[in-house]
Design a protein around this ligand. Sequence first.
Ligand SMILES: OC[C@H]1O[C@H](O[C@H]2O[C@H](CO)[C@@H](O)[C@H](O)[C@H]2O)[C@H](O)[C@@H](O)[C@@H]1O
Ligand SMILES: [Ca+2]
Length: 744
Amino acid sequence: MGGPAPPPSGLPTKRGSTDDLLHVYDDARTYYTAEERHRNNRAGPRTRTYSQNSLLKQMERTVLADPYRRGSHDESTIPHSRRFLIQVEPTLQSLQQQEDTDQNMQITIEDAGPKVLTLRTAASNGYNRFDIRGTYMLSNLLQELSLAKEYGRKQIILDEARLNENPVNRLSRLIRDQFWEGLTRRVDASSIEIAARDPKDWTDDPRPRIYVPRGAPEQYEYYTKLAKERPEMRLDVQLLPEKITPDYVRDINAKPGLLAVDMEEVTDPKTGEKTLRGRPFVVPGGRFNELYGWDSYMESLGLLIHDKVDLAKSMVLNFCFCIKHYGKILNATRSYYLCRSQPPFLTDMALRVYDKIKHEPGAIEFLRTAILAAIKEYHSVWVAEPRLDRVTGLSRYRPEGRGIPPETEAGHFVHILEPYVKKHGISFSEFVEAYNSGKIKEPELDNYFMHDRAVRESGHDTTYRFEGVCADLATIDLNSLLFKYETDIARTIRNVFGDKLEVPAEYCVGEMEPGHVQTSAIWDRRAKRRKLAIDKYLWNEAEGMYFDYNTATRARCTYESATTFWALWAGVSSPKQAAAMVTKALPRLEAFGGLLSGTKESRGEIGIERPNRQWDYPYGWAPQQMLAWTGLYRYSFTEEAERLAYKWLFMITKAFVDFNGVVVEKYDVTRPIDPHRVDAEYGNQGLDFKGVAKEGFGWVNASYIYGLQIVNAHMRRALGTLTPYETFIKAVEENRAKALAELV
Ligand SMILES: OC[C@H]1O[C@H](O[C@H]2O[C@H](CO)[C@@H](O)[C@H](O)[C@H]2O)[C@H](O)[C@@H](O)[C@@H]1O
Ligand SMILES: [Ca+2]
């Protein structure tokens, strides 16, 4: 039998019992590795098998002639208890041959098959037949068969309930039982080959490589030993220098590698010896196979709802490790990201984890470590050179770095570099080499890449909002997040640490002496000052929206961005400002599938010379939705939060149903039919699967689970029947009017 591990839980004993029904929705591993479940107890010594060819022929005779009439061969039993006896490989083949007409290994609404397939029922030992109809059921059949095949099954007894399951339940279940696991990585001997794989490594020899910081000699020893013991892996272990400079980071671009994260000491059960085990984390998915900054925060919101507290806690500890050894929470844990960070969310993430574990031993220490790390990060990254603008007291995304970012898709900078290539009369690659190494100096280009790095640090890569200016902008995004750090730190010091938090040497920054004590008052003052600066420089009363402020030109920008709602999430707005945003900004940023990244007017005209950017109109991203829902809720705009969540969830569910279980990195929120199709920059992540999606995309998975907590029960039911928002709200309003009329 193929497939990974044996089933974690036992099997149902009595077929058809309530207990049995619960197991219908077991995770794929449990379901397909359970021998008993797939034994056909009604079969005699010889199991009856049917060739799928004969099934196809029968279908042609009976069903295809009139595809919408249920054949008299149907077996009708109680819903949920029908099971099919299926020969995996032949059924898979005929299903694909007949229904995957565009041959992309998925069954979608774009396939032109007859949309009906006959299966044999298990209760009749394959004698009776039943039709599976429609894209959703057929694509679920394809997914189930693909999984069964992966687990090495030749024959299965498949519950119909897995094919016609309520799509909201199915997607939530897949996220809980499969997607999180598919996205979880651990950097140690158990799976470093998987974690080290980097689809963004464009070098000629993309071998597994790990960079270990000086401060973690035990890890250097561990990986060196591992590389020696398993030479076939070709693991290259590199020790980072004490001081990591932008020049050093540029110089290792030709040898990209994973950055070590936190490990814990454990006892090896086989040898009884002490060894190290990597702390797990969730990766975004697609080509992003490393620990990301703000993706992790968003993912943790979903993980916590799914009671995967240890995983969220482990990600917080990995961030503390990054702050300690790399000086910041990194954009992500690859060598080429060493100079830049991402939007900071550590305090909220740590507090949410703490809230779940506060009754456990060690919880206070966990929170202390996280808050101390956040204080260090705050001082050394966000309110220090070069990110702090001393005039406004506000902060900017402005990382250091040299040369051209190596991780972007080939061709991304061609249009920018071409004029310089022509000017120097050399080939493109010669120019890239000469510019990166500093042999050719082009100050204008340096300026372009300073802003480009800032765009990537902002997480909003790329958008016309930031092009050519980002490093100069005090954004509402970053300053809301820092306000949240300040208020979270103040509150935690006051309420959890008795208003005295001692700072040990390793967390000291600038003039702090070891043993120095932090109190809440100074953090309250910092928050108050930042709010004043935000109001002065970023708030536009007439527009009812926050805008970025350009610290070089000393002028407020005009790009209308969904990040205006981050101020609600952080609690920086007054109730009056919040109300103004709801009445003025929200209508401009709301679309069919939820919140737009920015307005169409702000993006401007698009054409061959000015292509779409993925963080502009008409795209919508999970983090924008999640922060806006939470912010609106915080200010009691419940109806608006529910409506936005409904629209986002509806769009995801519909694409999931119509496109073979797809869940992608971002959506075109103006496109009702195929919102997962995004024609900007590198397209979309999460599309590239055969038969069955195994991971979804980290923050969209989380937004789905989180969003289901925002909408009410009535809405959840309506989502399950794929009711568009307009239809749903019309029905609600009609019912309300009727109920009012009936009131005496
Ligand atoms: O490779 C191009 C860029 O890709 C990343 O950005 C996008 O994916 C990240 C992971 O999901 C996400 O955090 C970011 O918001 C996305 O725009 C990467 O973070 C960039 O630095 C990189 O240049
Ligand atoms: Ca297809």
